[in-house]
Design a protein around this ligand. Structure first.
Ligand code: UDP
Length: 360
């Protein structure tokens, strides 16, 4: 039986891996060994996803966190290399754009183990983003690139990947399948609406955690100024990332927004299904808003998911108070129509088939 090692470390990777790991376990053609780097480690940022989404338990937990980018990536690289030398997999699967993604890809490539990158080809064209650096390097050294959108395919073509010995394939977006699969369980499992006494369509869902906002106080204050303004007429509920929480506390920034601890995936889906609109700097949440037929205001100056903006489902507002407010009023009055298929179908199966293909 062929063996893969999957490298996970951060919340968005748990959500994506839940889909593929379930298919791998069902088909039983490939043995999967999971390495958890420990990049996200709080119970509500990590364990809850493994438990709720039935992700197989990691065989290795590296517990590497709370470090700068260099130390974190370096320690991961060293430890993943040692694991790969023991496990001798046929391929390593990495997801998205975190330090765990880069470390996993680098460790594998230097041992001549095939690298499969899920969510490849995305670009923000903002080289100040640590995620952009991670994804560009990972794509360049991978063997198989599984692309979520036509735009991500086009990005790779523009960078000359057609002339390289790297396979790149359009599979659709694996997060779509996570939303579809786990949505059926929300009514039974989610508790957040009752706990927070939320009325459907009467609250805005927000998340803020990107470094460009948390590490720039002006940006952070502007975003919260807008969220506070919206709170006057419509409750804003924000499951707060530990990094953002630390910075708000450190700088004594007060807010009218309802801050709650990070929620598990079922509660997140319940919030998405029932909110009026989404305001976020998250990558994943922009699409999840679309899958749940909600407009999204992007609190960043660019997005990798350009098709959402091009089709009028999302607006880029950055940390600009006026832009956030104008976008909020615009979407609040806009009729909803989300029927456009943007992110593929049967994505998990397609990705699984591609992995089998390169393993054979
Ligand atoms: N998420 C969640 N609970 C939260 C915040 C986010 O379940 O409190 C989910 C979110 O719905 C998405 C995933 O975590 O599926 C990753 O989102 P995040 O914003 O952490 O990462 P990004 O997509 O920006 O890399």
């Amino acid at each position: 039986m062929k063996k893969i090692v999957s490298i996970l470390g951060a919340r968005p990777q748990f959500v994506k891996a839940a889909v593929l790991s379930r298919i791998i376990a069902e088909k039983n053609d490939i043995k999967e060994v999971i390495v958890h780097t420990g990049q996200h480690y709080d119970a509500n940022m990590s364990d809850i996803f493994f438990d709720d989404m039935h992700i197989p338990k990691p065989k290795y937990n590296l517990n590497i966190n709370g470090l700068g980018h260099g130390a974190m990536t370096g320690q991961m690289l060293e430890k993943i290399e040692a694991i790969l030398q023991i496990e001798k997999p046929d391929a390593v699967v990495v997801y998205g754009d975190t330090n765990s993604t880069l470390a996993g890809a680098l460790a594998a490539k230097k041992l001549h183990i095939k690298v499969i990158h899920i969510e490849a080809g995305l670009r923000s064209f903002n080289m100040k983003m640590p995620e952009e650096i991670n994804r560009i390097i990972t794509d360049r050294i991978a063997d198989l690139l599984l692309c979520p959108t036509q735009k991500s395919m086009d990005n790779l073509k523009a960078e000359g990947f057609e002339n390289m010995d790297i396979d790149f394939v359009l599979t659709g977006d694996i997060m779509k399948e996570a939303v579809t699969f786990y949505s059926t369980m929300v009514a039974e499992k989610a508790t957040v609406l009752q706990q927070q006494k939320l009325t459907p369509e009467a609250f805005v869902l927000a998340t803020i955690h990107r470094q460009e906002n948390t590490d720039n106080l002006d940006n952070l204050k502007n975003i919260f100024k807008a969220l506070d303004h919206i709170s006057k007429t419509c409750q804003v509920i924000l499951p707060i990332h530990p990094r953002t929480k630390g910075i708000l506390e450190k700088h004594h920034i007060k807010t009218q927004v309802t801050l709650i601890e990070p929620v598990g995936y079922f509660d997140m889906l319940a919030l998405l299904q029932n909110c009026k609109m989404v305001i976020t700097d998250s990558g994943g949440l922009q699409k999840e808003a679309f899958f749940n037929q909600k407009f999204c205001i992007v609190a960043r100056t660019e997005t990798e998911w350009v098709e959402l903006v091009d089709n009028g489902f999302a607006k880029i507002a950055g940390s600009d108070y006026e832009k956030i407010m104008t976008s909020f009023r615009f979407f609040d009055n806009k009729e909803k129509s989300f029927s456009k298929p943007l992110y593929g179908d049967k994505v998990g199966e397609t990705i699984y088939a591609e992995i089998l293909r390169v393993l054979s």
